[in-house]
Design a binder for this molecule. Structure first.
Ligand SMILES: Cc1ncc(COP(=O)(O)O)c(C=O)c1O
Length: 352
């Protein structure tokens, strides 16, 4: 606390990211990174761009990347917004599109950055409880709302909502912005991007951090009607003209050109997820069906906090949220099969 702070700073409760340990040897299954490296085409493009041109500012509009994303998804550049990680894209969406007289709605169990943005931008919000199976029921979002946001698949549950449910919500709520945060959609769901041309109130946010193995590059994007994109651009250009650097623009663009690598690594993560889910179930865990690159599980006989601490002693880190309804769950990112095996071996000891 300091008397020099602007008043709002006293009220902020910042987001707490998962640990990025300094120790190299840990099996790191706590922040939903991809266990495989980025496409060789991405590394080659960045290597080539690592030259004297770095003295120049990058393209403030990152048109090369917008075009790569637009072509990939069968849209136009005007439908695309890019930012420094989807966290930044989401922050701009909260500021540009989600602050209205009526409250913003999002699930009670969801991405824990949402209430943080509400605090920063002073947005009135109401959380909507997931049902007992930790599912989103879109009927719960059909009442009075200023705007709506949720991840699909949801985080940290991993549960997927069918596209038909999202379309029903868009039909019932044509006058409010609906943001679908698809950070994990490439691991097993149908993207709402298919609905963008028909619903001008839909904004879909995605990231290159998970399925494209580029968490360290910080690139995310949003797709939606050009008027929604214009609102994001206005906020972005009132904040930072150059959120994506030259290396990020070329690396991210190259990622969309290597479909074979993208599909192969996603498929490997999906196969490991199914294998790990089965193995955890045989150890007595209740594992939620996941469409993401993590699983959310609880053990009826063991305290989740103690399990997380025990795993850490064995060199494996997973995420434990000390939050209502989920404090007995662990969120476990999908690693390589070898990393998942190391987790299972550690669990065998910790569960004894
Ligand atoms: C649901 C959800 N949305 C967005 C993000 C942000 O991803 P990034 O800022 O790396 O693009 C995350 C990160 O874990 C997430 O879980």
């Amino acid at each position: 606390m300091s008397r020099f702070w602007s008043p709002i700073v006293h009220t902020l409760t910042p987001y707490v990211p998962g640990e990025q340990p300094k120790l190299q040897k840990l099996v790191k299954l706590n922040t939903n990174e991809n266990p495989y490296g980025p496409s060789p085409a991405v590394l080659a493009a960045m290597h080539e761009a690592n030259n004297d041109a770095l003295r120049l500012y990058p393209d403030p509009n990152a048109d090369q990347l917008k075009d790569a994303i637009a072509v990939y998804h069968g849209l136009r550049r005007e439908h695309v917004f890019v930012g420094n990680g989807s966290d930044e894209v989401l922050a701009h969406a909260f500021c540009a599109l989600l602050k209205h007289d009526k409250p913003l709605l999002f699930p009670d169990i969801s991405y824990s950055f949402y209430p943080v943005y509400c605090g920063l931008y002073q947005i009135d919000y109401r959380t909507v409880p997931l049902n007992d199976a930790f599912e989103i029921d879109v009927a719960d979002y059909e009442g009075d709302a200023g705007a709506i946001i949720f991840p699909n698949p949801n985080a940290p549950t991993g549960r997927l909502l069918p596209l038909a449910d999202i379309e029903r919500l868009l039909q019932r709520q044509p006058d409010v912005v609906v943001v679908i945060d698809e950070a994990y959609i490439d691991f097993g769901g149908d993207s709402a991007i298919a609905l963008i041309e028909r619903y001008p109130n839909l904004l879909v946010v995605q990231t290159l951090s998970k399925s494209r193995s580029l968490a360290g590059l910080r690139v995310g994007f949003a797709l939606g009607h050009p008027q929604l994109i214009e609102a994001l651009e206005r906020v972005k250009n009132s904040f930072n003209s150059y959120p994506l650097d030259r290396l990020a623009i070329v690396g991210a663009s190259a990622s969309f050109g290597d479909e074979a690598y993208f599909r192969a690594t996603c498929d490997k993560v999906i196969a490991s997820r199914e294998r790990l889910s089965t193995a955890l179930a045989s150890l007595g865990f209740d594992v939620l069906p996941s469409a993401a690159n993590f699983v959310f599980a609880r053990h009826p006989q063991h305290d989740a906090g103690q399990l997380a601490a025990g795993l850490r002693e064995h060199g494996v880190i997973v995420r434990h949220f000390k939050a209502a309804r989920i404090d007995q769950h662990l969120r476990i990112s999908i690693g390589t099969d070898a990393e998942c095996d190391a987790l299972l071996a550690a669990l065998h000891t910790v569960l004894r």
